[in-house]
Ligand binder design. Sequence first.
Ligand SMILES: [Zn+2]
Length: 246
Amino acid sequence: MAELEVRVVSERREGLLVELGRIISEHDHVLLRQRLAADVQGTCATLVLRGPDERRLALEDALEAHPRVLSLASSGGVALHASPVASSARAKHPASRVGGAEVAKIERILPNLAKDYPRIFPWLIHLEYEVAVEARNASLHLAGRRTGCWVYKRDYALGAKLGLLDAMRRIALPALREFVPAEQHGSELHLRDCPLCQPGGASGGHFFCGFLEGLLMDAVDEPSLAVHEIHCHSHGAAACVFEVSQ
Ligand SMILES: [Zn+2]
């Protein structure tokens, strides 16, 4: 159970709480407190809710999809420790994308990735289903970069700049091993049993390419590095192999 604060903007306040209250209880949440205030677009309702974490995203989606909701912003897990990857805010307009990634959906799961790290695979699988098929790879890549940057800042930023192979050994390898068995072979990183790359399914390697880029970008003296997955378990290889180059 966690507390969640949601701010909803709507054109009119009449009946708003009743309609939203129905959605809230359908998603196993209870309304603890509410505040209605005038807003340039009509009214702004601040709702403090409590409910199971695993229903939170579905609840936010349902609230956002309600025809009377013009925009929604949320900051979740306030009962837990504060998330280092900030709160999310979204307005109702076509999804903003960077290189095809669905940025708003990624930003919405980042607090969860930070909170549950390193048990993040369920969130990434959730993200894969949330985004459009054509945005999947770019979205996983961007989620990986944001996560890698965050892990670097959290755990490694105080160290000196390293050469690429040293950075892979001292930063990428221990970071990867929090998720999956990993080995380094020269400029390659080999991951075994990656849960995002199941045989016969789509490859989740885009997440790890982004993750390694975000993680290593600021660690090395020459920041222009690229990561490619050259073999993938989902295509029948024994391990997912990532080649890091500068
Ligand atoms: Zn793979």
